[in-house]
Each structure stands twice: as C-alpha cells, then as structure tokens.
Design a protein around this ligand. Sequence first.
Ligand code: ARG
Length: 401
Amino acid sequence: MSTAVVAYSGGLDTSCIVAWLKEDWYGFDEVLAVLVDVGQEFDLEESIARGTAAGADEVLLVDRKDAFAGEQCRRAILTNALYEGKYPLVSALSRPVLAQAVGEIALERGAEAVVHGCTGKGNDQLRFELAFKAQYPGVRVIAPLRDRVWTRDEEIEYAQAKGIPVTQTAGSPYSIDENLFGRAIEAGVLEDPWNAPPDEPYALTSDPGSAGEPLEVVVGFEQGAPVSLDGEDLPLAELIARLNRLAGAYGIGRIDMIENRAVGIKSREVYEAPGAIVLIAAHSALEDVVLTKDEARIKRPLEQRWTELVYEGLWFSPAREAIDAFVDSTQRLVTGEVRLELRPGAAVVTGRRSPSMLYAAELASYGTGETFPHEAAEGFIRISALETELHAARGRAKIQA
Ligand code: ARG
C-alpha cells in the first residue's frame, strides 16, 4: 500500500491536493492530512470535515504552538530577525515546524511521499522541501500545485465536483498565511505596488487612525527571551498573543514592502506582526544597555545572515546552529525590563533597565560627580590621530589626486 502525508492547512488548495493524490495521476491508496497548530486561526471541525470530504483517510491535528513559540519565535527575537530590515520571518519560521511534524508522521507510518501545497514561484517550497529532507532523507516530495498550475476558479470547480465544501474565504483574492508570529498577505490588488493596501485583508491590526490614547507596557526578558508582560509571567506563546491584541489595536506592525524572494522575484508583501515587532524592538533596546560594543558589532551582521538562512529555507543547517551558539552566548546577561509606549502605528521604547547593564551613569553623565578620566582623553586622541595627521602633513592627499 502506498501512503502520502500532506501538510494540510484546512483550506481550498490543500483540500484539492488531498483529493487529487487519490486520483490516477498520483494514485495513492492512503492519504494522511496533517494539520499543525502554530497559532493560526482555524476551524478544526470544518478543516476535518473538508479533509474527510476530500478523501483523506485521516486528518491528524498536531499541536506545535508552544514548541514554535519556544524555539522559532524565541530565536527570531534573540536574533532581532528582520528580513531586508523589515519582515519578521513569519512564514519562514513556521515552515520547518510544519514540515518536521509531517516528516515525523511519514517516517512513523512508513509513507512513501510527503506533500506540500506550495507553488513554484515562492519561498515556501524551499523551506518545506529542505525541512522534509532534513527530517526524512531520501523521501519523495510531491508539490501538486507545481506539477500543474491551477487557477482559483479551477480549484473551486474541482472542489465542488468532488463534494469538498467551499467557503466564502476560498473566493478571497488574497493568499494569506498566518501563525502566532503574524500574518502574510499577498496577491489581489496588492500585485500593483502602487495600490495602497485596502483595509479588508487585515485581521490582527486595526487602522492606526482608530487607535485610542497611548498605552504603556513593560516587557520582562530573561537571557534574551520575553518572559513577562506588565509584571505578569507568561509562557511565550501567550505573551505574543496578548501583545498581538494590545499592539494590534494601535495598528502597530503593519508592514508594506517589496521583497526579494529566493527565486529571484521581487514581490509585494503586506504583513501584520504586532507582537513580533514590539518584541524585537524591546529586545534590541535591552541589548543596547547590556552587550559590549564588540558583541553588538559582531552580532548585527550575523543576525542578518541568520535571517537570510532562515528565509531561504535553511532552518535545519549547521550554519544556523553555529550562529545560534554565538547568539546564545551573547544572551546570558540580557535579562531585564523594557518599557514601551504603544502609539498609533508605532511602539516606542521609553525605558530599559537590567541588573547587568554596562551603561554607567557615573561615566556617561553630563552632570557633576562623574568619574570619566578626562585627562586620559587627550593622550588617547593624540595616538588615535597619528596616522591621519601624518597623511595630511606629508601632502599625500594631493599626490593621490
Ligand atoms: N513572502 C513571505 C515569505 O516568503 C510570505 C509567504 C506567505 N505564503 C503564502 N502562501 N502566502 O515568507
């Protein structure tokens, strides 16, 4: 008997895939649909009903919300991960988690193939397939939406013919991916980069114009990881979810960008990631007072490399792990609190404190009583200036020109 295990979302694409896998062209005897909870909104009963109607032999729900928060989201925060300076990797972080769950089940059941619903144009195919192969070397990977390009209408027609229930959202012009760390919105009118994003596809954030009075929040960190909100200890998944609601009400974390995909396409992307944006801003503000100058200078370019690796599907890679080892070492003292003010469209850091601060008022103060060795500054500058002075004194700048 041949078995295929599908990374199933409960939506139209992957439901059609389930049905198609049983048809002659693929011809699997058994299809298992694996739905992984990474904090997205989904209707479990509806997803199971749709998967079953599509012909899945089993629809399995795997809860990885806390694992996703504790590993991928936590590491993204420690690394201040913003792809191209803006995008907090929402989808890129979840793919390895989904693929790992699917790969585990495929191994357990001795399945012949693992299946995802990505097209040939995006980054997600890379992330799924690299993670599948890391989990289950040698596995056959099937990407039905790459084997044949379906239009939305063809999918709806096929689903209706197969008796798969189609909801209104199936007709939405947007392609949406969602998890605890945020939401990615693509396609529809957004494909013209001149069009302003309409209000309608946003779900985690309100229009900043409708926000109320500013709100102060305090985030507590331990070894770089967020552990409390306004003094209340919270598991990370809960903390992110609460901040999504609080900051989302101010329209914080809306990102409208043109992004360079791994496959060389520039695409228009709209994200909403209120919690992620607040936490990365707060974490990086705490690092500012704790890390040494060189730790910070070495870490910034590594953060960017880490972000690119994860964006391009290399979550399971020795390079990512090696950067994490460096990051972990820098985070040992990143414990403390950051105060932010949530304002319409922006979270502004207004305070930071840590028992391990290197910030020293007695050195930095403009007031009296500071202990900075002023007399040493003169000698320090004389020596620092030696080369610059010699270069000028010998008229070298003129000769070069
Ligand atoms: N461009 C983003 C990324 O590569 C978002 C992808 C979201 N996927 C989707 N099917 N809408 O991470």
